[in-house]
Every structure is written in structure tokens, then in C-alpha cells.
Design a protein around this ligand. Structure first.
Ligand SMILES: Cc1cc2nc3c(=O)[nH]c(=O)nc-3n(C[C@H](O)[C@H](O)[C@H](O)COP(=O)(O)OP(=O)(O)OC[C@H]3O[C@@H](n4cnc5c(N)ncnc54)[C@H](O)[C@@H]3O)c2cc1C
Length: 506
């Protein structure tokens, strides 16, 4: 049965379609400027590209080769800001780049790294330097053919948690957030959008009214325009699949590796979830409809070969414990090669017939906050509700106020305040929730008071928090997007999590 709904004030200022990093970032920024916002996501938050990235907060060293100076400068500036906004889910990382004379000459790497160190003005991370693998500990896992290389800084992010934290902040500031809700139709009437939404759990449809529509549908951006809104647009996206494999830890230490391939592409090997190494990614043009995608056997072989050129310990197909893949929604700049397509973003504003429509083509996790600012600057002349000052540059995300001394000091404080917490659980709570760890613990004074242990150190109290505060509705939401506990629990424990959530949410 169809229902008609409006915001408390009658009409939303902004209806945002897409609960990936770009939709969530725009929702947060807009509501903080005083706009009334509704964000709809057809599945779970970050179900698609925003949980399938390499999880780097980076300027993109490789993009310098394609002269993407604007993008790299903006991304490096954002890197510094983001690392301060949510130090629990983002942290600096050193990247080791072995020199392989068959791919790029050393002078080129040196020049690129010099530029990378100096392109933005506010950089605080340690600068790059040359290292000798015969004496430096980072050389230990590498084959003896590699004797020289460089080390430089970038950042790491728990990508799907970044989306959740932006959404939480938006909701806490008053945004209406509806997950598992799809925009199925929208038309302009008398200068407003009339939008039809489908609740994908109940099948019920509702109609809402909004002054402006933001199309942040990622891989669906062009289809939403053409098929749902029936609005012609000359811009389009190139979908490029990227896949990753996870294998048991191949090397020790906190550093990541960036390897150059003979095809000129690069592949990362990154310490992951304490016991694992994350290896990626690939660049495969994708011609089919967007949706859930998986890794292909030849991508697994390509990734294994890429790291086996460098590491002493061989990685085999059989070592893969998990893999994931996603579609990059890249702005189509007509490049011949998938690796060369611009990683920059384009914002397209359509103000025909009154009600504005802003579509987002492309974008990186790293630049989502700046993209949101640019999106609202573009909308402001036609949507006064978002004309307020930009405010997100120095505002922490939920849980990001972890206090003086950074992560280690925050962990020490929690361990003192709740000395009964097992060390690994305390560490995990600060890593995932920052200061919100205290909200999860609440009045509990012992592990027993955290409820039933469902598997590993996951208690029902933590799952309740994820359901009540973070829109978790299924075991997959909890095990693979709110956390990566899916890598650590066995099948029976995962089933217990699923059973618990099922009886809680139905
Ligand atoms: C392999 C790979 C590696 C990457 N690595 C990095 C990296 O290391 N660092 C970095 O900065 N960036 C990286 N990126 C890029 C980054 O992940 C993306 O640019 C970013 O996540 C895109 O976010 P988005 O919000 O535009 O899209 P998405 O996250 O896909 O969100 C769009 C959402 O819209 C929803 N939607 C679509 N249609 C509808 C509808 N009709 N109604 C309701 N909802 C709808 C979808 O369900 C989806 O959740 C990588 C990308 C890939 C694929």
C-alpha cells in the first residue's frame, strides 16, 4: 500500500540517493548547515564500492604519472584532515616501494616522491626517503634481487566504518536516514521533487517531497538518471572492477608494500586485521549492470604473481582466505586504458524545471569530505538551505574525540577504566568505536554484564549497539562492514551471530 510522507517541516530540502561515502558525506555536511535531509540507501550502508576499496587515505602517488595534480593536491590535504577527524578508524602508514629498474627508473620515483611530499602545504606525516634493503628491516621479506627502494607516508581507513560514522553524525544532527530503501521513481512537480521510495524489507512504497535531489548512487549514477529519472545526460561513468585477496600474514611489521608490475600497474600488500595480508588491486573494465561482484580466478593469479615477484615467501591461490571486489564508478573521460581513466570527480547540476538535481560522477574515499563541500557550494545558489558556511574540516566524527595522546593513550585509559575487559577486546573497541566504546560498555562492570559471547570477543551488548546506533540488520552487516570479525569467527559462531540478530530485528 502506498503512503505519502513528508519531513516534519513538510518538504525535505535535500533527498540524497545513495548511502556510500559520498552520499553520507553530503548528508552530514548539509544537515550541519541547517538543511532538512533524507538519505536513502537501497541496501546496507556502504554495501557496494565504499566497502570494497583498498582502504587507503592517500594522495595517489600513481596519479602523478597521469598529471592529476589537482586531485593529488586535494587528496593530500584531505589526508591530513581526515587522520585528525577520526583517529580511531584512520591512521598513518609507511609504504615501502622497491625499485625495479625494469619498470620505472629510480630518478622518476625520486622525483614523484619529492612532489608527493611537497604538493600540499599542511603535511605533517614523515617524508619519503631512500632505503637499502640489505640493512633495513623492511627488506627482510623481499627477494635478494631487490636491494634499494624508498619509503613514504600515506594513511589507512576502515572504509565502511567511515561511511557509518558520517551517517551517524548526520542522523545525530537531525538527518532522516533510511537503509534498505530504494528510490524507484521521482518527478519534478511545481518546482519540487515527488519521490517514490520502496522499503525493501516490507515492500511498502511511500512518497516524499524534496526541494533538491542528490544522485550519489555510485555505480548506478548513470542508470538512475536514464532509467529511474528518465533525464538525458551527456556524462557517463566507466565501471572498472577492482579485486583484493586476503591471505595469512606474509610479512611482519606495520609497513605496507607497493609493488610495480611489468604492465606498469601497482599492487599493494598491506598488514590486515593483525593476522593477515591484504593484496590488491586489479583494473578490469565492467560492461554489465552494477551490483555485487566477485573476484575471477585470473585476478587471483595476477595478484599472486604480482607479489611473488617481490616476496621470498610465495603466495598461492590456495592461501586465499577471503576476497572482495567492487566497481569503481569513474567519470568517463574517454581514456583508452582502464588504469588511466581519471580518478577525479565531476559534479553535474541540472536546474531545468526548477527543482535542482546534482549528480556525482567519480570520487575517492579520500576526497569525500571535500567533494561534499563542493557539492553544496554548487547547490547553494539554487538551494539556500545549504548556503551556510562549510564546517566539516575540523569537526571530529563520532568517537573521534579520543583525547590527548592518540590511540595508545585512549586504549590505556579504557583499560584502566574497565580493567576487566580482555586486552584484545579493549583494543578492538577503541579501534572501531573510539570514545563511543564507553557507550557500548555502559553500566557493565564485568564481561558477564556485556551479555552472551557470540563468538571470539563479540558480545550481545556490542551487537545491540550496532543494531540500535549503526543500522545493522543482518550478520553480514556486523561481520563484514561494521567490523571484519567475519575473518576471525568460525562458521558456528557466525551462525550464532545471525540467529541473534534475526530474533532482535524481526
Ligand atoms: C577496488 C577499489 C579500490 C579503491 N581504493 C581506494 C582507496 O584506496 N582510496 C580511496 O580513496 N578510494 C578508493 N577507491 C574509490 C572509492 O572506493 C570510491 O570512489 C567510493 O567508495 C565511491 O563512493 P560512492 O558513495 O560514490 O559509491 P558507493 O559506495 O557505491 O555508494 C553508492 C550507493 O548508492 C546506492 N544506490 C544506488 N541506487 C540507489 C537507489 N535507486 N536507491 C537507493 N540507493 C541507491 C547503492 O546501493 C550504493 O550503496 C577504490 C575503489 C575500488 C573499487
Amino acid at each position: 500500500m502506498a503512503q505519502s510522507e513528508t519531513s516534519p517541516s513538510g518538504t525535505y530540502d535535500l533527498l540524497i540517493v545513495g548511502g556510500g561515502v559520498n552520499g553520507a558525506g553530503i548528508a552530514r555536511d548539509a544537515v550541519g548547515r541547517g538543511a532538512s535531509v533524507l538519505m536513502v540507501e537501497q541496501d546496507d550502508l556502504a554495501s557496494y564500492t565504499s566497502s570494497a576499496s583498498t582502504k587507503l587515505i592517500h594522495g595517489g602517488l600513481r596519479y602523478l604519472e597521469y598529471y592529476e595534480f589537482r586531485l593529488v593536491k586535494e587528496a593530500l590535504t584531505e589526508r591530513e584532515r581526515l587522520l585528525k577527524m577520526a583517529p580511531h578508524i584512520m591512521w598513518p602508514m609507511r609504504f615501502v616501494l622497491p625499485h625495479s629498474k625494469l619498470v620505472r627508473p629510480a630518478w622518476m620515483l625520486k622525483a614523484g616522491l619529492f612532489l608527493y611530499d611537497h604538493l600540499a602545504s599542511n603535511m605533517t606525516l614523515p617524508k619519503s626517503r631512500a632505503i637499502d634493503f640489505r640493512t633495513h628491516s623492511a627488506g627482510q621479506p623481499l627477494k635478494s634481487d631487490y636491494t634499494k627502494g624508498f619509503v613514504y607516508s600515506d594513511g589507512w581507513v576502515q572504509d565502511s566504518r567511515l561511511v557509518v560514522l558520517n551517517t551517524m553524525d548526520a542522523a545525530e544532527r537531525g538527518a532522516d536516514v533510511r537503509t534498505r530503501t530504494r528510490l524507484i521513481n521521482a518527478t519534478r512537480q511545481n518546482g519540487l521533487w515527488q519521490a517514490e521510495l520502496e522499503d525493501r524489507v516490507t515492500g511498502q512504497t511511500t512518497t516524499v517531497q524534496a526541494r533538491a535531489l542528490v544522485n550519489a548512487a555510485g555505480p548506478w549514477v548513470a542508470r538512475l538518471l536514464a532509467d529511474t529519472l528518465k533525464i538525458p545526460n551527456s556524462k557517463s561513468v566507466r565501471l572498472v572492477k577492482g579485486s583484493h585477496i586476503i591471505v595469512p600474514k606474509v610479512f611482519d611489521g606495520p609497513q605496507a608494500y607497493i609493488f610495480q608490475n611489468p604492465d606498469k600497474r601497482i599492487v599493494f600488500a598491506i598488514p590486515y586485521e593483525q593476522k593477515f595480508t591484504l593484496i590488491g588491486t586489479t583494473d578490469i573494465p565492467w560492461k554489465e549492470a552494477p551490483g555485487k561482484v566477485g573476484i575471477a580466478p585470473d585476478e587471483i593469479s595476477y595478484l599472486c604473481e604480482s607479489v611473488n615477484r617481490y616476496f621470498k615467501t610465495a603466495v598461492k591461490e590456495g592461501d586465499v582466505v577471503w576476497s572482495y571486489a567492487g566497481l569503481r564508478p569513474l567519470y568517463d573521460d574517454a581514456s583508452a586504458n582502464a588504469s588511466a581513466v581519471t580518478r577525479d570527480y565531476v559534479l553535474d547540476l541540472d536546474t531545468q524545471d526548477g527543482a535542482p538535481l546534482l549528480s556525482i560522477f567519480g570520487g575517492k574515499i579520500t576526497t569525500y569530505r571535500k567533494l561534499a563541500e563542493h557539492a553544496l557550494e554548487k547547490l547553494a545558489p539554487v538551494l539556500p538551505a545549504v548556503a551556510g558556511k562549510s564546517w566539516t574540516a575540523n569537526e571530529v566524527l563520532p568517537g573521534g574525540d579520543i583525547g590527548d595522546g592518540g590511540f595508545d593513550a585512549a586504549l590505556a585509559r579504557l583499560s584502566r577504566a574497565a580493567a576487566w575487559l580482555p586486552a584484545n577486546l579493549a583494543w578492538r573497541l577503541i579501534r572501531n568505536y573510539g570514545s563511543r566504546a564507553y557507550e557500548i560498555i555502559g553500566e557493565a562492570t564485568s564481561l558477564q554484564e556485556m551479555g552472551t559471547v557470540l563468538g571470539g570477543d563479540l558480545t550481545t551488548r556490542e551487537v545491540d549497539y550496532l543494531i540500535q546506533r549503526e543500522w545493522a540488520r543482518t550478520a553480514e552487516d556486523v561481520l563484514w562492514r561494521r567490523s571484519k570479525l567475519g575473518l576471525h569467527l568460525n562458521e558456528e559462531e557466525k551462525r550464532k551471530v545471525a540467529d541473534y540478530i534475526e530474533q532482535k530485528v524481526t
